[in-house]
Design a binder for this molecule. Sequence first.
Ligand code: SPD
Length: 360
Amino acid sequence: MSLTFQEAYQDLRHIYDQTRQAASVPFTLRDAERALAALLTTDNLWEAIRLSHVPLRALSTFWHQLIKAGLLKAHDGALRLTESGQALTQALGVAPLREATCAHCEGRGVDYRTLPEGVAERFAEIARHRPEAIQAYDQGFVTDATTLSRIAFAWHRGDLEGKAIIVLGDDDLMSIAAALTGAPAHILAIDIDERLIQFINEVARQEGLDRLEAVRYDLREPLPTAWLRRFDTFLTDPTESFLGFKTTIERGLLALRGPGSAGYFGLTHVESSYEKWAQIQRFLLDHGAVLTDLIDDFSAYVNWGYIESMRSWEWLPTHSLPERAWYYSALHRIELLRTPDLDNTAVEGDIFSDAEAATT
Ligand code: SPD
């Protein structure tokens, strides 16, 4: 079967329109192209999510439309383009993806092995005993290599040594990794989860990390006065509903001393479209923060234990548990150019879901 470009484009355009109608979240023709390229690269559903870089809400709807049109088959955790599906991609000129990730740094651009001797090993031993990730707070922690690389990156950028650090939400145990380096002046970890607070404080006591403390705090509450404009650097990896994300970043900005202070956060493709990325970037610029670094796929997440009860499970056209990491986020660094003008008020409502939320 062969198709002209015009015919193929018309078919794709129809599926794209149906997807947009059915999903009612942002989805672009470029997203459709990325999703098709991923399907040409792998037949594993989780790998297709990782490679597509398209929010799962829209991606799963697109797959369903391809299946309806006889272009894709889903079976036993596998997604395979049919002969017609392959003819469509060929006529459109879509090519399989060619990953060119650096094998040594895994694409992060920093080497955590440059951290002082023993830090990585001590961190790995401590992290073995961490609390399980729970769905109630949208937890899902990153690999040890990721946490250590975030700290190496912050050090590399001059945001660690001699600095006062605040970690907003710390299931990734960034506060512990930072403290193990001995570089920061002080580290405060805040989290709503009492299990994490106890764990971090117990580690600080046992390991003699006297510059590290953890305090229970719900980000929906105003930031306590004692933490306002006291820190040089914030580290966080927020839940990605726009409200949850904005609330976390606002608290982080409020905690920073002022111009020259820096913040780090992660943002995914799985739960955030480029429209949401743009909304976040506008918010940051409006509050005096400039984006200085963005490294996609920097953070790799360990598969959490509630895959089958996350909201996107039922969107998938075929079901099998992932066997390797599939959920990644882009590391962002921002720096303040001026003191942000922000309210420090309580936030009401659901901070864990929006139309694009997929893993909560
Ligand atoms: N729900 C499981 C994964 C949650 C990870 N939260 C952080 C997302 C990256 N900003």
